[in-house]
Design a protein around this ligand. Structure first.
Ligand SMILES: [Zn+2]
Length: 345
């Protein structure tokens, strides 16, 4: 993913100081323009997402059941990626795991300890203000016949998108264009068994919750809802206007300017029978009055089936949705004013 973003706008060399035919010999000066947010967004590509997902949602990860071997292998994959990218941990050097003790999973039969995986990019001007990006990296494991539930869409898509978004921000940091506010990349465990990882984080936050600007949660962005087959250039947004009109407006404006997806609010309705607002990790942040956006593509025939596999993923569309999340994060991290929960009663 790492490459030098140089656009030679005009190449002008200082005219050699030979007086004769200086006009002929003069070449334009060389100025290297700083890469733009669009350049960084464009580093999030379908190919790289695909490379990650075929590994992360491959059979070797055994369906990433919380507390089981597959989940541990998945945690290592995430940690190794952040170490390779030079993106630090907010806990301590080389320790990217927020450990969760077995007893915390009290309702589980034979509970095992697990871990959230965390990485952090410190803000350059307002480091104390933190944007939390989240996605769950666990899934439901295997069935009694050994069939692996690969969870490519659920939530391999959100997980690998976060890796690519983090790498794009790290590229910006290395270019001296890092975000003004801090960003926490929070890969939570235990979502499928009861939103445990995000509950544990919000009860044991690594940064004060009052300094948490918002939570952008991604759970299933790699497929197309059969109801949207005629117009697949969409993403469902849930929760964006529940606590903060400002967050909603920023999200809309960024999409209009940079991405042009259809932002579909069908499941944002308080009376929606699916109750998706309550069914993924952003809800634990919303419960703490932290503004949230939940990015989602809807369910499909392979939802929670062994057939939710990487070959079924719409990688170009997934990349576009991931770029929307990148651009929204970029805006929130760099804008003058901090997003506020302006709708809190
Ligand atoms: Zn999920």
């Amino acid at each position: 993913m790492k490459y030098l973003l140089v656009s030679i706008i005009t190449v002008v060399a200082v005219a050699c100081n030979s007086t004769h035919n200086s006009a002929q010999n003069s070449v334009p000066p060389t100025t290297v323009s700083s890469p733009s947010r669009v350049d960084y967004a464009n580093t999030i590509t379908a190919d790289e997402l695909k490379t990650h997902l075929y590994i992360f949602a491959g059979d070797a990860m055994e369906g990433r059941m919380t507390g089981q071997k597959g989940q541990k292998l998945a945690a290592e994959y995430l940690r190794n990626f952040y170490m390779d990218q030079g993106i630090p941990s907010p806990i301590e050097d080389k320790n990217y795991y927020q450990a969760i003790p077995a007893e915390y999973f009290g309702r589980m039969k034979d509970p095992k300890g697990s871990e959230n995986v965390v990485a952090y990019i410190k803000g350059s001007e307002k480091p104390e203000e933190v944007i939390v990006l989240s996605a769950h990296y666990d899934h439901v494991g295997t069935d009694k016949d050994g069939n692996v539930y690969n969870g490519a869409d659920d939530d391999g898509s959100g997980t690998v998108s976060m890796l690519e978004i983090a790498a794009a921000f790290q590229q910006a940091v290395e270019d001296g264009n890092g975000p003004k506010r801090s960003i926490l990349f929070l890969h939570v465990t235990g979502e499928e068994i009861g939103l445990y990882g995000s509950k544990y984080y919000t009860e044991n936050p690594l940064f004060p919750l009052e300094n948490t600007v918002c939570n952008l949660n991604t759970d299933m962005i790699g497929r197309i809802d059969p109801d949207k087959a005629d117009n697949p250039n969409y993403v469902y947004l849930i929760g964006s206007d529940k606590l903060s009109q400002e967050l909603h407006d920023v999200s809309e404006a960024v999409n209009e300017k940079y991405i042009q997806l259809e932002l579909d609010y069908k499941f944002n309705d308080d009376n929606d029978p699916n109750r998706f607002y309550y069914r993924s990790d952003h809800y634990n942040f919303a419960k703490k009055n932290i503004p949230v956006i939940f990015y989602f593509n809807g369910t499909h025939a392979d939802y929670h089936q062994p057939t939710d596999t990487p070959d079924k993923i719409e990688y170009e569309l997934m990349a576009k949705r991931a770029q929307l999340i990148f651009q929204t994060t970029w805006e929130i991290a760099n804008r003058e004013g901090r997003i506020t929960a302006d709708k809190l009663k």
